[in-house]
Design a protein. Structure first.
Length: 403
């Protein structure tokens, strides 16, 4: 018997008529059929397979599938199962060798075809079961977005956020029931959006247009300091950009931000596509971190309250990068972070005190790596004139852990 015992067949708005022969064969030969009520209703009652429907939480359904390993299990999914679909979850759970996936044209492909947008030019995301605040990280002038909706109210919610962020001139299209007999497309601008809620099954397309005077927050490192709510514990913009350059954010990598303050390093890491855990001992600052994460479009930032390094024990795994922004002078802080860092990972620490600098000098002697000083001055008024006001000089240590 083939190792591929679990098949996933995508079904579009045209139903079983649009499923190719290979997909029909997988359905016809299934010993177990799993899907929503709408999909299962398409299958003739004479089909002998055991029928399962989705359960909440999803892990219960995953358990149902695992219990039937070795049988011919066929999952009926909407559109492309590998685009924010169940195929991603099942592939992660059972491995690619167990899966046979036959996608139907997905909402993104169909929306691109209707609007004439090259898919490679479009940022694709979902708000289905996810917070609206995720959208904030994707908004910038000229950006084109495809968004899978939660329900019929989502287009109005997207329009409201765009308007609140200064992008009320953005154009919005709502595409319902793509590929089926009930397909409908309507559009308007974010500011003054007054379209009545339509179908729950819809995809939103957005062409972002900033209004005059809108502050632009780009995706790279070094957001303005006033983009963050903080109590003074903030890695300043110029130092933050230099720090992230050493940390080297990359998609899918994990950062631990130790002594996170207002969370600026972790948040900018996530805006670049990574995952992050922020460790902060102060309750008030933890609230600031949560607020900043939501405002800047990364609400899934993991936040662990408690003093480091002991708080590190509450996190699982080995991160790809660690930034120590506070607490370095505490006992064993650097060593505990180093032990948890993944082989090949990067550790960066910033200090402004002589005591902290002494620790970094010793670490550089023991572990290698680089030491640098970052001195930044900003122009400020001096009476009727202008002059340079220096920020506190930052000593920065960066090192890569041997593989």
């Amino acid at each position: 018997m083939s190792d591929a015992w679990l098949s996933i067949v995508g079904i579009g708005e045209d139903g079983l008529d649009g499923v190719p022969p290979a997909g029909r064969a997988l359905i016809d030969g299934a010993e177990v059929l799993l899907g929503g009520k709408r999909h299962l209703a398409m299958i003739p009652e004479t089909h002998p397979a055991e029928r399962l429907t989705w359960r909440v939480p999803l892990t219960d359904t995953v358990g149902d599938i695992a219990a039937r390993k070795g049988k011919a299990v066929c999952v009926l999914a909407t559109g492309d199962p590998m685009s924010y679909g169940i195929g991603v979850t099942l592939g992660r759970e059972f491995g690619r060798d167990a899966l046979t996936v036959l996608p139907a044209p997905g909402a993104f492909s169909l929306a691109a075809a209707r609007l004439g947008w090259p898919l490679e030019d479009v940022t694709r995301m979902t708000l289905h079961g996810r917070p609206l605040s995720l959208l904030a990280a994707q908004i910038e002038p000229g950006a084109k977005l495809f968004i899978l909706s939660e329900n019929a109210r989502t287009p109005a919610e997207v329009a409201g956020m765009l308007t609140a962020e200064g992008y009320g001139a953005s154009r919005i299209w709502v595409l319902e029931h793509l590929g089926g007999a009930k397909e409908r497309i309507f559009d308007g601008t974010a500011r003054g959006w007054d379209a009545a809620p339509g179908a729950d099954l819809n995809t939103i397309a957005v062409e972002c247009r900033a209004e005059t005077g809108t502050r632009i927050l780009y995706r790279g490192p070094g957001l303005p300091d006033d983009a963050f709510h903080h109590d003074g514990q903030l890695t300043k913009r110029e130092v933050r950009a230099a720090t992230l350059a050493k940390l080297m954010p990359r998609r899918g990598a994990t950062l631990w931000d130790v002594g996170a303050g207002c969370g600026s390093i972790a948040i900018e890491w996530m805006r670049a596509g990574g995952h992050a855990v922020a460790f902060e001992r102060d309750k008030t600052r933890c609230r600031l971190i949560a607020r900043n994460a939501a405002t800047l479009g990364v609400p899934h930032l993991d936040l662990i309250e408690g003093p480091a390094p002991d708080a590190l024990d509450k996190a699982e795994g080995a991160p790809d990068a660690i930034f120590i922004g506070g607490g370095l002078t505490g006992p064993d802080m650097a060593a505990r972070c180093w032990d948890r860092l993944a082989p090949g990972g990067v550790l960066v620490a910033n200090v402004v005190t002589l005591e902290g600098e002494a620790i970094l000098t010793r670490l550089q002697s023991d572990w290698g790596g680089e030491l640098a000083r970052i001195a930044v001055s900003r122009m400020e008024p001096v009476g009727p004139y202008r002059g340079w006001k220096p920020l506190m000089t930052v000593t920065q240590f960066s090192v890569r852990k041997p593989v």
